[in-house]
Design a protein around this ligand. Structure first.
Ligand code: PLP
Length: 392
């Protein structure tokens, strides 16, 4: 196993070794965490609506835990299909305006399971280069040809669609909001291309579910193209503040996945208490419009504050605000300096993002007050100057 020590040392040399650090929530103070004994404004989590500590969700989970026990005991096709699932999947389908929906253990398993169930050898998947790792892994697992197109580059996508014209089945797959950049996919254009080339279109709303759409349905609803999407997936681990994921679409799609999605078939059902927590979160997501509006307004304000300060900030209007640093070591040092001044914001480095684009990824939450965010933006600016990230 010596090779492992050597490769880890090489990673550490390039400021690329990853390490686990404890971050504890603070009861009654959503939007903050404790790390290394210090209270920090949490600009790293994906708890966009600030629901992770919502009393109604905690109570729903507590009640279900007492009634249904800790674990579900088996996969859903065996005896793990507890009553709360049917209720939740009906509510999900009605929320998304689709015929059916299926709950998955998490977003990673939803993506790997769905993609490997939809395509196989002789098929082609067209995937934005910045799509989430779980999409990339799903394509690898499927054994279909992986045609990666340059980020949001429709000409490149068209070229690849032409090149793979002979593929048996074609699948275009995209994040709706890109997780490390915070910008949007060109969804109406993707719909036009999938129709022209006879491809299926799958979207991952992990970072847009709960945030866009009048009832938090996601970006596709906000754009009015939800009926043009063949496979819609989203997670309950981000804006919903809980855990798990869903796929929605036609009844045929869901029947197919129940029969073919291996992570669904061969893995134990989520604990009933988690399913109950998701159901409660879904009700809140549909009705807590104020949180959505506060979050989007805060995103715009924070983004322009950093832009005005002179940082290289990613495009978009989402609550994900990346500040591009470039160098891995500098990004790490900047993150450490932010922590010293009371802000938790992680440095994102390759291979999560392309080489030379290490960044600090700020993600906002409806739990943050306007004052806290304005303060944070000022701190970030002065640290940027101090550390030479910002030229004066
Ligand atoms: C977080 C994320 C996932 C994975 O979801 P989990 O529920 O955390 O496994 C999938 N896709 C995207 C775009 C994500 O950001």
């Amino acid at each position: 196993m010596e090779w492992m020590e050597q490769e880890l040392a090489a990673l550490a040399d390039k400021a690329l070794e990853r390490q686990l650090r404890d971050s504890a929530p603070i009861a009654g103070r959503p939007g903050f965490i404790i790390r290394d004994g210090q209270e920090l404004l949490d600009l790293s989590s994906n708890d966009y609506l600030g629901l992770a500590q919502h009393p109604a969700i905690i109570e729903a989970m507590r009640t279900a835990l007492a009634a249904d026990g800790a674990g579900s005991g088996a996969s859903r096709l065996v005896t793990g299909n507890r009553p709360p699932y049917r209720k939740l999947e009906q509510a999900l389908a009605s929320w998304q305006g689709t015929d059916a929906a299926l709950v998955a253990a998490n977003g990673y398993m939803a993506n790997t399971g769905v993609i490997s169930a939809l395509v196989g050898r002789g098929d082609a998947v067209f995937s934005d280069r910045l799509n989430h790792a779980s999409i990339v892994d799903g394509i690898t697992l499927s054994r279909a040809d992986h045609a990666r197109y340059r980020h949001n580059d429709l000409e490149h996508l068209r070229h690849l669609l032409d090149k793979h014209r002979g593929a048996r089945r074609k699948l275009i797959v995209t994040d709706t909001i890109f997780s490390m950049d915070g910008d949007q996919a060109l969804l109406p254009e993707l719909v036009a291309l999938k129709e022209q080339y006879g491809a299926m279109l799958m979207v991952d709303e992990a970072h847009s579910g709960g945030i866009y759409g009048t009832r938090g349905e996601g970006l596709c609803h906000a754009l009015g193209i939800q009926n043009d999407i063949d496979v819609h997936m989203g997670t309950f681990s981000k804006a919903f503040g809980v855990y798990g994921a869903y796929v929605s679409g036609s009844r045929t799609l869901i029947r197919w996945l129940i029969n073919k999605a291996r992570p669904f078939i061969y893995s134990t059902a989520l604990p009933p208490a988690v399913v109950a927590g998701i159901s409660q979160a879904l009700q809140l997501v549909q009705t807590e419009h104020g949180r959505r509006q506060r979050l989007l307004a805060a995103g715009l304000k924070f983004r322009s504050a950093l832009q005005d300060a002179g940082f290289q900030v990613g495009e978009g209007n989402s609550p994900i605000v990346p500040v591009i640093i470039g160098d891995n070591g500098l990004a790490l040092a900047f993150s450490a300096a932010l922590q010293a001044s009371g802000i938790a914001a992680v440095a994102i480095r390759p291979p999560t993002v392309p080489e030379g684009t290490a960044r600090i990824r700020f993600s906002l939450s409806a739990a943050h007050s306007d004052d806290a965010l304005q303060d944070a933006a000022r701190h970030i600016r002065s640290l940027g100057i101090e550390m030479g990230v910002l030229k004066q």
